[in-house]
Design a protein around this ligand. Sequence first.
Ligand code: ATP
Ligand code: MG
Length: 219
Amino acid sequence: MISVNIKQSDKNKMSTENQESIEKNHRHKKRMQRKKEIIDAAIEASDKTKGLLLVLTGNGKGKSSSAFGMVARSLGHGMKVGVCQFIKARTDTGEEAFFSSHENCDWHVLGDGFTWNTQDRTQDIATSEKGWDVAKSMLTDPSYDLVVLDELTYLLSYKYLDADDVLDDIQNKVLAQHVVVTGRSAIDELVEIADTVSEIADIKHAYRDGIQAQNGIDL
Ligand code: ATP
Ligand code: MG
């Protein structure tokens, strides 16, 4: 007979892991229930269209520029748009110059720059939390028809923000509002609750031929 000796410390670890997995499953179930409630409510209110959650992810170029394409479309329809740019600190991009002067577009640059530049996790977390407060105020404001959360995925994959809290906030958004999230490595839980998800593949990028970022193309 094979006898298995499990140390008490390992048993404790296993029970903590088990507990975490039960909690995770419970949160997942609640999230899916919430999604079903939202969909059912949207079907019921047949005169209204349900707001969509879109995720644009992958390593190829075109995620943020696709989101800004939807900003242009929405503004063209007279809709009100909010844009939150996480991570990025620069305020000299063509998109900001163009869209932030539009009366129906509120544009917020909420980052300190890339993690390898800030090199300060505590600061990155504080900045992310402050930024998320701005995003949350848009998600609960019915005057916004479209909210773009540009580069949000990094705040979740680096665990700067609590993923459960963020996903709950997104699911509790104004029902008719559309939300677009961009950034590489979207976490599975975000993909799961989204309505439309595109993964842009990196086939080639001029940067690897030594070509610097170009105005109008990259910024
Ligand atoms: P864009 O804003 O051009 O749509 P993106 O949102 O898909 O790009 P990001 O990861 O946010 O991609 O990249 C921001 C900047 O990095 C842009 O200047 C973009 O051209 C450049 N970039 C995007 N993908 C790549 C890549 N695979 N290799 C090198 N540079 C890239
Ligand atoms: Mg981008």
